[in-house]
Design a protein around this ligand. Sequence first.
Ligand SMILES: NC(=O)c1ccc[n+]([C@@H]2O[C@H](COP(=O)([O-])OP(=O)(O)OC[C@H]3O[C@@H](n4cnc5c(N)ncnc54)[C@H](O)[C@@H]3O)[C@@H](O)[C@H]2O)c1
Length: 429
Amino acid sequence: MSDSISRRHFIGNTAAGTAAVGLGLSGLKALADSSPNNKVVVGVMGLSRGAALAAGFAKLPNVEVKYLCDVDSDRIPALSKRIEETSGKAPEGISDFRRILDDKSVDALVCAAPNHWHAPATILGCAAGKNVYVEKPCSHNPREGELMVAAARKHNRAVQMGSQRRSGVGLQEAIQKLHEGAIGRVYLARSWYTNARGSIGTGKVVDVPQHINYDLWQGPAPRRPYLDNVVHYNWHWRWHWGNGELGNNGVHTLDVCRWGLNVDFPTRVTSSGGRYHWQDDQETPDTHTVCFEFGDKGQITWEGLSCNKHRAGFVTFIGDNGTMEIDSNGSYIQYDKGDKVVGEGKGPNRGDDEHLANFVAAIRNDKPLELNAEIEKGYRSTLLCHLGNIAQRTGATLNCNPTNGHILDNEAAMELWGREYEPGWEPKI
Ligand SMILES: NC(=O)c1ccc[n+]([C@@H]2O[C@H](COP(=O)([O-])OP(=O)(O)OC[C@H]3O[C@@H](n4cnc5c(N)ncnc54)[C@H](O)[C@@H]3O)[C@@H](O)[C@H]2O)c1
């Protein structure tokens, strides 16, 4: 139990109802389960996606966003003003997240920095006694995910991955129906992502802009010269820092597929695709199809198109007695065996606010495992992305140990299980 939590007393939840305006059912429940009189203090690291998270935390009852941390100083002032307008208090703008870890009054680190930061920051956070909300994919490689689970257990911290659909009321209802047998025995989950991304061109080595601390941006990743087409966002398409579209957006749908199908680790992973659209500096596939088999429990497929937005679904479950289509906001349509519509649900959202409320409730109640996307679940879904990418990069069909997902009899593929670190930044449990 952290100092800040152990000092606390639960003194009722009278403000819960008022405070939960705008949240869905599970958010209301999460808030009702925890006393908003019990203040939770967070520091947010990485302020692009982190800007939405900071705004989301700031509107929860008695949650203080004490720090806004970014290595790009341009990203702090406007957001700080916005948070002040919501909460009445301006957060402190900082560039080094270790200030958050050193502050005993902080309960949680929120990590929305690029993927190469997720595990090292989470592990340091847990060791400093902080709970951690870490964006998806939870790690840059499989070994880091295993270390994150170990760190959460060792320090008994709440670690939630930012796969917010786990907290969406529509999604929860749909998955419950599946688990109750609405379409019979479910044996296939199909998933998709499409976008119309532009080219990132060919990068030139240039001086680091004054407003960016590139050394801290790189952190645990071995040093590379500063290119003018990587920071911000385009690191997603370079293996040194990112995990391609599969890790960027595939993780959301694969998490839903794994949840609905009730499976953990795959037995076999195959991948095909490539970079077909732009000739530029991107390394990760823009067109990618991956199949994950789970022995006799069925199969998950994911198809990603980064550069052609032609309409596709989100997730479709196939069972021996029907079909269920689910969209990104948790609306669903249920079909019978004859493909006739027999049920539907209306979402209504992807669960962002509820997911933050669930994290705050776990901290307040000192129940670190009562998280909708607890790190062990988050890691298992993230692992599917890593395995899909490893299969793609090695051109091999991966056979995996169904108890832990480790790749069997393929040394070249297992080489990609972990990574090299910048000296001094190796994650340690
Ligand atoms: N759950 C979701 O729906 C969702 C949506 C978008 C992004 N994300 C995730 O959020 C993460 C960030 O993605 P993005 O699109 O915001 O990327 P981005 O590159 O646009 O922004 C990352 C930010 O982190 C900052 N940063 C880098 N190193 C830092 C450090 N050491 N300390 C503090 N700040 C640092 C960068 O300066 C930048 O402002 C990714 O892992 C992504 O997958 C999740």
